[in-house]
Ligand binder design. Structure first.
Ligand code: GLN
Ligand code: ZN
Length: 771
């Protein structure tokens, strides 16, 4: 039995690649220096993989920015606007990734980046290729050839990995006049050229990643897949092809794929475990192929449960001989941090339950060893560690468990319904129609960040730090009053991150020092780990909000992060269902909501920026596997408030049409959403929204200050499409990353626009009940 992985992280264990690349962006190092540093980093990783016992290493899993972008570049799917810049190959690549602005400011040299989208159900983002013309058969694969040569020089047993043509096509934007049939034929020819080029190398296999096969596939989709692959497989030049899938099972195409001329099939036996095993057992595994069995989880950070993995191997043993089996990861290890080795502050009882990328390499070797020669002592030790936390008071909270289970069984609905509580809220708040507000954060200046750093390093006492932040709150309240905003915020100066701040104040969360995971390009995130039962030892937002409210007669919003967003941006434990974790977090947030209310806060916003992110990849699973409990968890946070307390929620994406029923079911009184960034295309999807709604009227991702007339025009358009007395007026999202001056100017215009439209359209001053 051999061992391999689907892919490895590439930012570097100490985020070296991030540093080099950003140095290159700032012009501090040359292109040659960047390329050389990256090559060294890759080599070191290959050697590490070998040293940890991996039989075959993937190459070309490395990327300077993103693998789909790499593929677009290799296939010369490069929109004219980038080619026209006349840059070097690498700079053209980076222009596609990040956009391009000529510092000399000459017109026509200002080009936007490719669109970015979330990679399936992960927190990684890919760049969306734009097919403008056709796809020629001429390729520019220097990066691929160089990586193969380098691996060969090291005497490595390697396998080039590429995103496959079907997934490439499915995730690209077709702006050309070409039909899918034509593009399919062109892609087959272009990938054929890659195979021809690879024939010069000694690698036995080529890996083509086709994660799009785990999506819902229609008969047309399967036909398209075949249309690309039949001619491509006919062009094989001696090398073998591994069709690699991940993030789920391939129920819609397994039977077809088994009959095609692939030499190996890679299946995710973790996330797609149940489904893929059932398929294997139902249809059998073809005798002419190898199976790359994804047994080590590439998406989560817990120790492999060897007993479970061996049980799966036992089932596979009935289907194929071990010579045709390769032990692998469920997906690329891109989605986990580098190594537990770098965690110096984490207590041993946490550390020993973790397996990051490097530890997963060792796990593959251990699994192979155990499969060949089961060692009861190792198995027992593995079980002991995995279950050791069961009664540790840092992990176990019986009361929370019980409450979460009760919530799971109960009907959770706020009373009375919106139509009845809305007049109570209006009586208490006395807001004009088209009320103006912001999403929560105000610019986090260098000064604020420096205070936080000084506080964390012990150079500022807690009292000093708080005093300074209170100073900022005082400033921002005065500024909002001066601007004439109707509903104020405290600015979120105490938060570095909307999830981290909450995790830090809740039991059950653990933070790493170096657990970085690539989010996109050179950006990493450090998700908290949910180790144990979640509980809130004490209120942690109330003092800030109470202070802000004490400074003004206008309502200040309590500002909380919702349970689903906290869950989705963390590494969740796996010993209880996700729904139960969500209910536990929801109960903690509920306690905070009720404390805010008790302290006189009349409006509470519970952000669910990431609600949509973990929607199951298959529509049939949306409700049962996710939305049903996600909605319930959100309702659990607020259903006990008084009728006159107004609940807001906020979301930062515009694809709302397919979850419009869910939005209603959340039962928040006011929903603010990103809309400007997507040119208000979502307004149609909101037509039947039944409560207050604030589609953003300007994009917060740009420093541009929108003019009053422009904003008023947008508002009027919104008033025409939705009920005018249903609307709130706000930006797309928080203002944390903006500069102070442009923020003040934009908000001044936002308020002026609302005033203008209020005067223009005469409605009763007090909003009537919305639908
Ligand atoms: N309240 C948060 C803020 O204003 C919301 C952030 C977000 O939606 N991503 O920053
Ligand atoms: Zn947002």
């Amino acid at each position: 039995m051999q061992t391999t992985i689907v892919g490895y992280p590439r930012l570097g264990a100490q985020r070296e690649l991030k540093k080099y690349t950003e140095q290159y962006f700032r012009g501090e190092i040359t292109q040659a220096e960047l390329l050389q540093s990256a090559a060294k980093l890759r080599e070191a990783q290959w050697l590490l993989q070998k040293q940890k016992g991996l039989a075959i290493s993937p190459v070309n899993d490395f990327s300077f920015y993103d693998n789909l972008l790499d593929m677009a570049f290799l296939l010369k799917v490069i929109p004219a606007r980038y080619q026209e810049l006349g840059l070097s190959a690498l700079d053209t690549y980076f222009a596609m990734a990040r956009g391009y602005q000529d510092s000399s400011g000459s017109a026509g040299q200002n080009v936007r980046a490719l669109k970015m989208r979330k990679w399936f159900n992960t927190n990684y983002h890919y760049l969306v290729p734009e097919i403008e013309g056709g796809i020629g058969s001429e390729i520019q694969a220097d990066k691929l050839w160089q990586e193969c040569s380098a691996a060969e020089k090291l005497g490595l047993n390697y396998r080039p990995a590429l995103i496959g043509p079907y997934t490439f096509l499915r995730l690209s934007l077709n702006k050309s006049a070409q039909s899918l049939d034509t593009l399919a034929a062109e892609l087959a020819a272009a990938y054929g050229a890659i195979l021809t080029g690879l024939a010069r190398y000694s690698c036995e296999y080529v890996q083509l990643d086709e994660p799009a096969l785990v999506l819902d596939l229609t008969a047309d989709d399967s036909a398209l897949f075949e249309q690309i692959y039949l001619p491509l497989l006919a062009q094989k030049r001696g090398q073998k092809i591994l069709l690699q899938t991940y993030f789920g099972d391939i129920r819609d195409i397994y039977a077809k794929v088994s009959g095609l001329g692939f030499d190996a099939l890679g299946l995710d036996l973790v996330e797609g475990g149940r489904g893929n095993l059932e398929l294997l057992e139902k249809y059998g595994f073809p005798a002419d192929k190898k199976l790359y069995a994804g047994l080590v989880n590439g998406k989560n950070i817990w120790l492999n449960d060897y007993q479970k993995s061996l049980a799966v191997l036992g089932r596979l043993d009935k289907l194929l001989p071990r010579e045709r089996l390769v032990l692998s990861t469920s997906c690329s290890l891109l989605h986990v941090p580098y190594s537990v080795r770098y965690e110096r502050k984490l207590a041993e009882k946490y550390k020993r339950r973790l397996a990051f990328a490097e530890e997963k390499l060792a796990e593959l070797s251990a699994l192979k060893m155990l499969a060949e020669n089961p060692d009861p002592a190792i198995l027992q030790r593995n079980q002991e560690i995995i279950w050791a936390g069961q009664n540790d008071p840092d992990f176990l909270n019986r009361q929370v468990r019980e409450q979460a289970r009760q919530a799971a069984a109960a009907e959770i609905a706020r009373q009375p319904i919106f139509a009845a509580r809305q007049p109570e809220q209006q009586k208490q708040l006395n807001l004009p129609w088209l009320p103006t507000t912001t999403i929560g954060s105000f610019p986090q200046t260098a000064e604020v960040r420096a205070w936080r750093k000084a506080y964390k390093q012990g150079q500022l006492t807690a009292a000093e730090y708080q005093e300074r932040l209170k100073g900022k709150i005082k400033e921002v309240i005065a500024r909002q009053e001066e601007l004439g905003l109707d509903v104020l915020v405290h600015g979120e100066y105490e938060r570095n991150d909307m999830v981290e701040y909450f995790g830090e104040h809740l039991q059950g969360f653990v933070f790493t020092e170096n657990g970085w995971v690539q989010s996109y390009g050179t950006r990493g995130v450090k998700p908290p780990l949910i180790f144990g039962d979640v509980a809130r030892p004490a209120a942690f937002t109330v003092e800030w909000i109470k202070y802000a409210q004490s400074l003004t007669a206008r309502p200040v919003k309590g500002m909380l992060t919702g349970p689903i967003t906290i869950l989705n941006w963390s590494f969740p434990r796996e010993d209880i269902p996700l729904a139960e974790i969500a209910y536990q977090i929801a109960l903690a947030i509920q306690a905070e909501v009720l404390d805010l209310e008790k302290n006189g806060i009349k409006i509470i916003q519970i952000d669910e920026a990431a609600l949509r992110e973990k929607l199951p990849l298959r529509r049939a699973d949306w409700q049962r596997d996710y939305l049903a409990w996600a909605v319930k968890a959100f309702r659990l946070t607020h259903y006990l408030v008084k009728p006159e307390t107004q609940i807001h929620t906020h979301m930062c994406y515009s694809e709302l049409a397919d979850i419009s029923a869910t939005l209603k079911a959340l039962d928040a009184d006011v929903l603010t959403v990103e809309a400007a960034r997507s040119d208000w295309t979502l307004l149609a999807a909101l037509a039947d929204y039944d409560k207050y709604i604030g589609p953003g009227i300007y994009d917060v991702h740009s420093p541009r200050v929108p003019a009053v007339e422009e904003l008023a025009g947008i508002l009027e358009k919104m008033c025409a499409q939705l009920a005018a007395d249903q609307l709130w007026v706000n930006p797309d999202c928080g203002l944390k990353t903006r500069a102070e001056a442009e923020t003040t100017a934009s908000l001044r215009n936002l308020v002026a626009a609302a005033v203008l439209v209020r005067e223009k359209i005469s409605l009763p001053f007090s909003p009537k009940q919305v639908k």
